[in-house]
Design a protein around this ligand. Structure first.
Ligand SMILES: O=C(O)C(=O)C[C@]1(C(=O)O)C=C[C@@H](O)C=C1
Length: 284
């Protein structure tokens, strides 16, 4: 049975996404308190698989997760683009006008900003995880607090749902990375048909340095699907670039990497994997 480490508790969106990626397989979910703990656990167990959110279509990137990929040994083995639909959950019998605070993961709170604006005088409380917010409400009998969580988490922790689909836009998707190393990496990559890669590198502070790299990639027929710059700690106003690429010809992709090498430094390939096609009509 595959063991999958998630950040958060049972019923978190990370668990939902893991079960979707490994649909039909039996999984043992290993809950971790932080994203960093996933990598610490993986140091102890070479077969441990990790799953980690990296970006959301409403709230943007989870910036702190990029450096975890750079600094650790787990590689990206796949991706899961998961539709996220949030519910407002309370202790059984609690009415909406009794709710004084709403508790959830910061990304989930951001995704429900418009709904939260309609609740006047409500205190917003950040929690480590949507499912653990639901669990706390149950265990601590918090009658005036509501959680923003999945309907699965509400069910697991015995909460009532006051409102469903409260995300600002129905096109609310989180992209999760499936992480593994060694022999498990091959097992997790669903097919050998690799057509996507994630890289991080540093560019010199010269005129046109990014544009030169992009021109080379374009010459080789490589499609840039995402670019995220992050500061280099200790070097003010200098940046590292995290990029995602898709391609149809693996050899041309390899050649393009060789060709950009003289233009960049500190390259790390974070993973080569199969792109998950976005399901445009996925609405729940
Ligand atoms: O709190 C959870 O349930 C999570 O799985 C975390 C998380 C995130 O890290 O972005 C996952 C998906 C949603 O975007 C909201 C929260």
């Amino acid at each position: 049975m595959k063991r999958v480490a998630i950040q958060g508790g049972v019923g978190a969106y990370h668990e939902i996404a893991a079960r979707e990626y490994f649909k039909g397989e039996e999984l043992e979910i290993v809950p971790c308190s932080t994203f960093k703990d996933i990598f610490i656990e993986a140091e102890k167990d070479p077969d441990l698989i990790g799953i980690m959110a990296i970006e959301n279509t409403i709230a943007g990137s989870l910036l702190q997760n990029h450096d975890l990929l750079k600094l650790n040994k787990l590689q990206i083995a796949g991706e899961q683009k998961q539709r996220i639909s949030h519910s407002l959950a309370v202790l059984p019998g609690v009415k909406i006008d009794e709710v004084q605070e709403v508790m959830s993961h910061p990304m989930a709170l951001m995704q429900c900003e418009e709904f939260l604006d309609t609740l006047t005088g409500i205190k917003i409380v950040e929690h480590d995880d949507t499912a653990l917010a639901a669990r706390d409400i149950k265990e601590k009998n918090m009658r005036s607090t509501a959680a923003i969580c999945s309907s699965l988490a509400a069910k697991i922790y015995g909460l009532d749902i006051l409102a469903e689909g409260i995300e600002t836009n129905k096109r609310n998707f989180t992209r999760f990375l499936i992480l593994a190393k060694g022999d498990m990496l091959r097992e997790v990559q669903k097919e050998n048909n690799i057509n996507k890669s994630s890289l991080v590198f540093i560019l010199p502070h010269n005129e046109g340095s990014l544009s030169k790299v992009l021109s080379v990639l374009s010459f080789y027929g490589i499609n840039l699907t995402r670019i995220q710059s992050l500061p280099i700690v200790g070097r003010e106003w200098e940046y590292q670039f995290y990029i995602d690429l898709t391609f149809s010809d693996y050899n041309r992709y390899k050649q393009s990497i060789d060709a950009i090498m003289p233009l960049i430094s500190n390259l790390k390939v974070l993973g080569e994997y199969r792109e998950e096609k976005h399901k445009m009509n996925q609405d729940q």
